[in-house]
Every structure is written in C-alpha cells, then in structure tokens.
Design a protein around this ligand. Structure first.
Ligand code: PHE
Length: 435
C-alpha cells in the first residue's frame, strides 16, 4: 500500500513548507521594493490568482488522481510521450536542489554563527569567503545530509512530522520579528521603501515577466513538487481548499518577510546598501547584499540583535529545509517507482548525486546564478506551460479531482486553456531573451 499523509493539516503544512522558503524571505520583498511597492503587490497577487492557483490546482489534481510521482502520473493520464514532461520535472528539481542547498548552507551557517556569537565584523568579506569554495561545499553537504535523512524516514515519519514541528516555529518567528520591527524608529521609512505605491515602476512588461518566475518558484510550481506531495494525499481531501490555503500562506509569509526585513535595515541606517542592488542584471548580487546587510544590522543592534539574528536565520533555515525535502521527494518518489528502489536507497543515491552536482554552484557563485536563471526560472515556467496545455486540452480526465462548483470550474478550465499558456509563453520568451 502506498503511504499517505496522516492528516489534512499534515499535508497542508508539508505543502506550505514546500512553498515557504528562501524564495519568500529573500527574493519577494526586494522585488516588491524595487518594482513599485504596493503596485507590484497588486500585480503579484493577480499573477498568483490567475496563473499560480490554476496551475497549483492542476498539479494537485494530476498528482492525487494518479497517485503516482510525476513521470508515472503523466504516463498514467497522457501516455508515453507525456511522461517526458515528468522527466523535465525531475531534472528541474534535481538542478534546483543542487544549488538551493548551497544557499541553504550559507543560511544555516549564519544561523550557527549568530547563535555562538561569531557573526563577523566585516560581513562583506565574510560573505565572500563563505559563499564559495570549500566552506560553501561543507555546509552544502551538511544540509543535504539532513534533507536526505528526513526524506529517507518516509512521508509520515519524515516529511509530515518535520513540517508539523518546523512550520509553526517559522510562523511564530516571522510574526514575532515583524512585530518587533514595527516598534523600531526606522519602521515607517522601512515600510515606505517596501510598499510605496509606484504604478509607473510596476506597469512594465519586464516587471510582469520578472514577477512570474519568482511567483512560480515561490509556490513550488512547475517541477512536480506539489504534484508529488498530492500523490500521497487521501482521496477524501478537498483539493480546492488546499490550493487556497497553500497560496494564501505562501503569500502571507512573503509579505510578512518584507515587513520584518525593511524596518530592521532602516532602523539602523543601512538602507543605502540595498537600494539599487536588486533587479539589476545579477540577482545573486541581491542575495549577497542581504547576507551582508542584515548581519550588519543584527550586529549593530547589540544584544537584541543577537536574538533577532539567531531566530531570523533559524526560521530561514527551517523554511529552506522544508522546501528542500519537497524537492528531493520528487526525485525519490520517481526513483522508487521507476527503478523499484526502496525509499532509503532512493533517498541516499539521489541525494548523493544531487550533492555531487551541487559542488559546482558551491564552488562558484556565477554557476549558481546561471543554474537559478535556467532551472529556477525558465524551466519552471516551461513546465507550468506544458502542464496547463496538458490538463486543459489533452486530458480532462486528469482534472476530475478538482472540486470546484460547475461555474468556477468552467472559468478555471478556460483560464488554464488559453490565458495561462499565453502568459507563460510570453514570460518564457522574455526570460530567454534576457539570458
Ligand atoms: N518554494 C520554495 C521557496 O520559495 C522553493 C521551491 C521551488 C521548492 C520549487 C520546491 C519546488 O523557496
């Protein structure tokens, strides 16, 4: 018998755990600040509602309906040729995890350094030292080892249990720090920088296309992570309700992350370091700026900074971990099904292979940037595009699970048939041109 998540909340927290991760905490708030504040939020919400949620529903339905991982699920509904889309999902997940765990490794290291009180005096050169080469490799391998251990322990004992413990901690910490931030002197200018309404900055094609990739990444769409989790979901659960809960929680944490980060930075007068770093050609630069600016803020805050910094990086590491296990699960489920491996063997071997490939992005940050631009942006959008064509036009059978009212269902099907693929192909075109 195939395992299932034991409870509705267990599944919900695991799927939210997949969605909430580094994408929410690092990328979202800076994109918002850069691209028009509240105006960008409107755009992002529209993308989530009209593109993200429809694809989310599609993944949930295909996964639950087939009760199989991506390759077998696509084969189940679409025959041999469509199983290639499942292969694309697996490859994308493989590549994303190989560099995601490098960034997660930096994060965990910062958490550790805050805890033992050894955050450096010069964060910029410290980041340069630890983000590449041997130090990055060591933390990458450590992070992968934990990820493999959890996934090897199974859906209930590994993934569900981990998410049930870690996600509430993450929510509490994020809420707590955002609240603390609101009491600081710089809070108002931080919020203003974050949310200042600027329609001119938001209403541009580049912004639209720059937002779509991160929206997909943040919702864990386009590579079968949600599909795979849904294949372990009990038949009586409502897919629609889960889709809404996942999307709202994902957006909520992303939004809160901005409310937590900017007041801290502005309270300490460090704002000049971040303005103009995001959305320029090299987005990895913005990740770096965050690993540099925030630690500096924590350091400058003295003893409260010690706690805030430690909790902040702890929450971020937990978010990264619950996302990483969902990505590894795509590979593990597929290896178990295709090669009839045991879960332990599948987790160990695919984890080892991913760790090996991850040596490259750990070695050089430029490689990490390229992998993110390809797998973390373009492949996801292409995967979502192909999946919407599939469920919209090829296999109505695959979306029987979607428990919407007849009217909403019709709207959803037409969204996924025409506007969603059009939007995603335009986005792909722009991203390829911008490579
Ligand atoms: N959604 C995760 C984040 O925001 C990353 C992720 C992408 C997880 C794709 C699974 C699949 O960090």
């Amino acid at each position: 018998m195939r395992e299932t998540f034991s409870s509705s909340s267990g599944f919900a927290l695991a799927a939210i755990g997949s969605a909430v991760g580094l994408g929410n905490m690092w990328r979202f708030s800076y994109l918002t600040a850069e691209y028009g504040g509240a105006a960008f939020l409107v755009l992002y919400i529209a993308l989530t509602v009209f593109v993200g949620i429809p694809v989310l529903l599609a993944e949930l339905s295909v996964g639950r309906g087939a009760g199989k991982g991506p390759i077998d699920a696509m084969k189940h509904f679409g025959g041999k040729r469509w199983s290639l889309l499942g292969v694309l999902f697996v490859v994308t997940g493989f590549l994303i995890l190989s560099y995601y765990s490098v960034v997660a490794g930096w994060t965990a290291r910062y958490g550790w350094e805050s805890l033992v009180g050894s955050l450096p005096d010069n964060p910029a050169s410290h980041f340069e030292q630890i983000s590449q080469g041997i130090p990055a490799i060591i933390w990458h391998l450590g992070f992968m080892a934990i990820t493999v251990t959890i996934v090897a322990s199974g859906i209930r004992k590994g993934i569900e249990r981990t998410s049930l413990i870690m996600m509430p901690i993450l929510f509490l910490v994020v809420l707590g720090i955002a609240f603390y931030g609101s009491t600081l002197d710089g809070a108002a200018s931080g919020y203003r920088y974050y949310l200042d309404l600027n329609w001119k900055a938001a209403l541009r094609v580049e912004v639209f296309t720059a937002a779509a990739g991160p929206a997909f990444f943040s919702l864990s769409l386009g590579m079968g992570a949600i599909l795979t989790y849904a294949s372990y979901l009990k038949k009586e659960e409502s897919i629609t309700r889960h889709a809404l809960v996942i999307a709202v929680a994902d957006f909520g944490v992303a939004f809160l992350a901005g409310l937590m980060v900017f007041p801290l930075i502005f309270a300490l007068g460090l704002s000049t370091q971040i303005i103009g770093t995001v959305g320029t050609e090299n987005d990895v630069g913005s990740i770096g700026a965050l690993f540099i600016t925030l630690p500096e803020a924590f350091k400058a805050m003295g003893s409260s900074g010690y706690w805030i910094g430690t909790l902040f990086f702890l929450a971020l590491s937990l978010g990264a971990l619950t996302s990483a296990i969902s990505i590894l699960e795509v590979n593990v489920t597929s290896a178990m099904e295709l090669l009839s491996w045991s879960r332990k063997k599948a987790a160990l071997l695919s984890g080892a292979l991913i760790s090996l490939v991850g040596l490259a992005p750990a070695w050089r940050i430029e490689i990490l940037g390229i992998m993110d631009a390809l797998a973390g942006n373009i492949f996801l959008v292409v995967g979502g595009f192909a999946l919407s064509l599939f469920v919209g036009w090829k296999s109505i059978e695959s979306i029987r699970n979607v428990d919407l009212s007849p009217r909403l269902r019709m709207i959803w099907i037409w969204l996924i048939r025409v506007p969603v693929p059009i939007v995603l192909s335009v986005v792909t075109f722009y991203s390829v041109m911008n490579l």
